[in-house]
Write a protein that binds this ligand. Structure first.
Ligand code: SF4
Length: 461
């Protein structure tokens, strides 16, 4: 049975600070341009020894219109032909990356993200997958987790069943909010019919899991309006729901300057929206996975949570343990045991690198032994909710209570506030603490003093 989380508004307020989402540790702000293509090549070669399976990510950056809240790296254009030179480079990058990777390593996870992957034509999507299959060893259909982000406003009716035939078994729809006034304020008009149609099509096409992305904290959202959005979304029964907190950072994200501060819900309303969401989704039978993710009990994400195999990566929570990630396309991020690497952010630099037969590495990070230990601890907090000291002592040759004496001291107030329970052998995240995983994880983050400026990350609530 899953523990139901009771909200405590005062306590949420107390812990509403800025902090990372820990899709990686260390976080991307530690990445440095001193990490070069040569470093990446060396790390990939070393990772081949492990024969770990792979997770591939492809970034398709194009969108037909700008959503004002969006922090993704995207190119807004109506010109479909813009994608042709980009895909030429992407195909070449696939070949360049595959040359480095042992053919015995199977790709059991693949994700098309963006931007809007379905901005490109069905033919281009097909080619992209074909080229990937020519260069990488794709897992058999029953062992795959292939997913794609789909914009219900910009998808052709035949594309959803076609992608299923290509082997995609998970699909994610960006919904955000159903209220017209909210949609207008963020420049994303999307009718209920459009949303219902894509969900029905995905169901008939036989996708194993449908995800919907919703955002709370958008301009003009009220408890009434958001309650309606939640009711409608719940009635469509997506297996997974990602309910993101809108982070208003106009000094860093230019598009957000188009959102008026005065239209945003107050911090009190935002908290109430979060509380409403948690209560409403739990009442409707959804299980809270962690951070901003919910899933129906029969979904694999819940099973992975029960079995302790849940993982956190750049796409949020995942069921596939222990893969190395290869990111392709602008801005995408890769990961091996020892490093993170990130591609060029801008099209021009990305094209230039690929045209010069180079990988488009812009920056990266080589993990120290301490980083790896802390990554493991943070992963256990975010995914399992338990940090088992003897297990980590054995894995890393440390004495946990001695190594993390200061961190255990910093956890004391959280223990008093019933976020965690600290025993002689373990730390257990308590039900309410699961709402504040970032705060708990931050205690173990060596680089946290850098975050205090409040400008680097969104707030927790
Ligand atoms: S939210 Fe999606 S569709 Fe909108 S601009 Fe961002 S990437 Fe494009």
């Amino acid at each position: 049975m899953y523990s139901v989380i009771q909200c405590d508004t005062e306590m949420l307020k107390k812990y509403d600070i800025a902090g990372p989402r820990y899709t990686s540790y260390p976080t991307a702000i530690q990445f440095s341009p001193q990490f070069t293509e040569a470093d990446y090549r060396q790390e990939i070669e070393a990772s081949n020894q492990s024969s770990k399976p792979l997770s591939l990510y492809f970034h398709i950056p194009f969108c037909s219109s700008l959503c004002f809240f969006c922090a993704c790296n995207k190119i807004i254009t109506h010109t479909k032909a813009r994608s042709i030179p980009y895909l030429e480079r992407l195909h070449k990058e696939i070949a360049l990356q595959a040359e480095l990777i042992s053919a015995s390593r199977q790709v059991n996870q693949l994700h098309f993200g963006g931007g809007t992957p379905t901005f490109i034509s069905d033919e281009q999507l097909y080619q992209l997958l074909q080229v990937t299959g020519q260069h990488f060893n794709l897992a058999p259909v029953d062992k795959r987790e292939f997913s794609i982000e789909v914009d219900p406003r910009a998808v052709r009716p035949e594309t959803i069943p076609m992608l299923r035939e290509f082997g995609f078994n998970r699909i994610s729809f960006g919904v955000q909010d159903l209220d017209e006034k909210v949609q207008e304020a963020v420049n994303r008009k999307q009718s209920l019919e459009q949303n219902m149609e894509v969900v029905e099509t995905a169901r008939s096409a036989g996708y194993q899991s449908i995800n919907m992305d919703i955002i709370y904290g958008l301009p003009h959202q009220t408890l009434d309006s958001f309650s309606h959005t939640l009711d409608v979304v719940i009635s469509m029964r997506p297996e997974r729901l990602a309910i993101y907190n809108y982070a208003h950072l106009p000094h860093r994200i230019k598009a957000q300057k188009l959102i008026k501060q005065k239209d945003l819900p107050s911090p009190v309303t935002k908290l109430a929206l979060l509380e409403l969401t948690i209560n409403r989704l739990q009442e409707a039978g959804y299980v809270f996975i962690g951070m901003d993710h919910f899933a129906l009990p029969e979904d694999e994400l819940v099973k992975a949570m029960e079995q302790g195999t849940l993982q956190r990566n750049f796409q949020g929570y995942s069921t596939h343990a222990d893969t190395d990630m290869v990111g392709m396309g602008m801005t995408s991020i890769g990961k091996t045991d020892n490093c993170y690497s990130q591609n060029q952010r801008y099209e021009k630099a990305y094209f230039q690198a690929i045209d010069d037969n180079k990988l488009a590495i812009m920056q990266g990070y080589q993990l120290t032994p301490d980083d790896k230990l802390r990554r493991e601890v943070i992963q256990h907090i975010m995914c399992e909710g338990i940090v088992d000291f003897p297990r980590l002592d054995q894995m890393f040759g440390i004495e946990f209570t001695h190594y993390f004496a200061e961190e255990l001291r910093l956890l004391k107030p959280m223990e008093e506030d019933a976020l965690v329970q600290v025993g002689d052998q373990s730390i257990t995240v308590l039900p309410f603490g699961r709402l504040l995983l970032r705060n708990i994880a931050m205690v173990f983050d060596l680089y946290r003093p850098r975050y205090i400026t409040d400008q680097l990350f969104s707030r927790v609530i």
